[in-house]
Ligand binder design. Structure first.
Ligand code: FES
Ligand SMILES: [Fe+2]
Length: 462
């Protein structure tokens, strides 16, 4: 009853991936799109210069005066937290003779150009120039001072991330994300902090190799054999929201027999936590719930209509509520099921109540289509007073070095570099997708639209 009113129901009721109308997609992808410099240049102009992209977590710019540089190819921007706590974006170029103002990240009460010392406020306004005495007043000296503020660029936040869009005519971020933002807002991503992993590293593959790898579970049998028993592709559901998409595989086994409940609960309780990347921390509470429903004569008597997974979902809801996370906006399935989101163009988000894994793939700054950077962040919801101390700062791995990830990510890392090597063979003209890869097909469909004409969302049918 309650779940009917929740927006997460839009994902709960997604159709089986196998029911998708694949005829709307081109199931062949030209390999040149992964290594051709001309294609990369087209992506630069028609995608990256026009789309929303993550800069950092909002709390990376916690205090007024905190700033960070954001680079996309040879374009450079500064995002700075103002005295009014608003984060603003600017083109990273002085209005005098164009020198770059900032490099890296830092903190300053004002932004002063190192060339001739023109100085800007945190709101981008030009407030002082060196040697105004040469020609009288400041205004006389620079002509119209008010017209010489830093060139603004669109910045917005969502889910605890700061996004930037280089396009002066950018669609507002909230509009661009559409229902995806409303669904994801219920997870309180903005109240999560990076824990365990927060790494940025260069990879020897095209950025789309990374995106493709995280849009499908078809490679589990080949790359992650240890996860095969946890993956049931035949039960995957998929839904598209504008340029974004989500897949989800129900956590339950599909066995709804009342007699199977205790057996299934015991199976959950017996699973090693490291393999049970889902709600492992709720297991002690699940055991307590199981015991709650055991009668004096030892017979397990759960409430009418209960299933093993509904008991697990109750355990998760109780646990998170007790911790202080408001999960009232999340459906029961969102307590147990991982949702796998594509936020176009370059964000993969795996989310479940209380936790998320975020992977972004970015083209390499040099413009080399055979390299990219990925950023990986494990997010966890924590009470406000625990966030600052638990938060892990980003580690940037020097190019040529490699971070050690957990097993599945390490396997993906190795595979992605292998795939790029294969894709570079000129005699292989296309990749050929299967019906197990609907989100890969969707991603390339949307990307093709961006690269061809406008960025208006086309209507896609399931
Ligand atoms: S270029 Fe910045 S002050 Fe001259
Ligand atoms: Fe993988």
């Amino acid at each position: 009853m309650r779940a009917e009113a929740l927006i997460g129901t839009l994902v709960d009721t997604a159709q089986p991936s196998s029911d998708i109308n694949f005829s709307q997609f081109d199931m062949q992808i030209a390999t040149a799109e992964y290594h051709d410099p001309a294609h990369q240049a087209m992506e630069r102009d028609r995608l990256w210069m026009r789309t929303w992209q993550i800069v950092c977590r909002t709390d990376d710019l916690a205090a007024p005066g905190d700033w960070i540089e954001f680079r996309r190819f040879d374009q450079s921007y500064i995002i700075v937290r103002g005295k009014d706590a608003v984060a603003r974006g600017f083109v990273n170029a002085c209005r005098h003779r164009g020198s770059m103002l900032c490099k890296g990240k830092g903190h300053a009460p004002l932004l002063t150009c190192p060339y001739h010392n023109w100085t800007y406020g945190l709101d981008g306004a030009l407030i002082a120039v060196a040697r105004p005495d040469y020609s009288g007043s400041l205004e006389d000296f620079v002509g119209s001072k008010s017209g010489l503020g830093l060139v603004p660029v669109a910045v917005a936040s969502f889910g605890g991330f700061l996004f930037l869009n280089p396009d002066p005519a950018a669609t507002p971020l909230a509009t661009f994300l559409g229902p995806a933002a409303d669904i994801l807002a219920m997870y309180r991503l903005d109240e999560m902090v990076p824990v365990r992993i927060n790494v940025r590293e260069t990879l020897h593959c095209n950025w789309k190799v990374v995106m493709d790898a995280f849009q499908e579970g078809y490679h589990v049998q080949g790359v992650h054999p240890e996860l095969v028993s946890m993956t049931n592709m035949s039960r995957e559901r998929c839904r598209f929201f504008g340029d974004h998409a989500v897949t989800v595989v129900p956590f339950d086994s599909g066995d709804q027999r009342a007699s199977a409940i205790e057996e299934e609960v015991d199976r959950y309780l017996g699973m090693p936590p490291e393999k049970f990347t889902g709600p492992a921390e709720a297991l002690p509470r699940l055991a307590a719930i199981r015991d709650r429903y055991r009668r004096a004569d030892g017979v397990f008597a759960p409430p009418e209509g209960a299933t093993a997974v509904s008991l697990l979902q109750s355990a998760m809801r109780e646990l998170l509520t007790e911790k202080g996370l408001d999960v009232s906006g999340l459906t029961d399935n969102q307590m147990s099921d991982n949702q796998y989101w594509l936020l176009f163009p370059n964000v993969f988000l795996q989310v479940r109540a209380g936790n998320a894994l975020v992977i972004t793939a970015e083209p390499h700054e040099s413009g080399d289509p055979n390299r990219c950077c990925w950023s990986i962040m494990v997010l966890r919801w924590l009470k406000a007073d625990k966030r600052v101390t638990a938060r892990v700062a980003q580690t940037v791995v020097p190019e040529g070095e490699h971070a050690q990830y957990f097993l599945a990510l390490e396997q993906d890392y190795q595979q992605m570099c292998r795939q790029q090597s294969g894709l570079r063979n000129r005699a292989l003209s296309h990749q050929r997708l299967t019906r197990y890869e609907p989100k890969v097909a969707f991603f390339h469909h949307v990307l093709k639209r961006w690269l061809s004409t406008g960025d208006e969302a086309s209507s896609l049918s399931l």
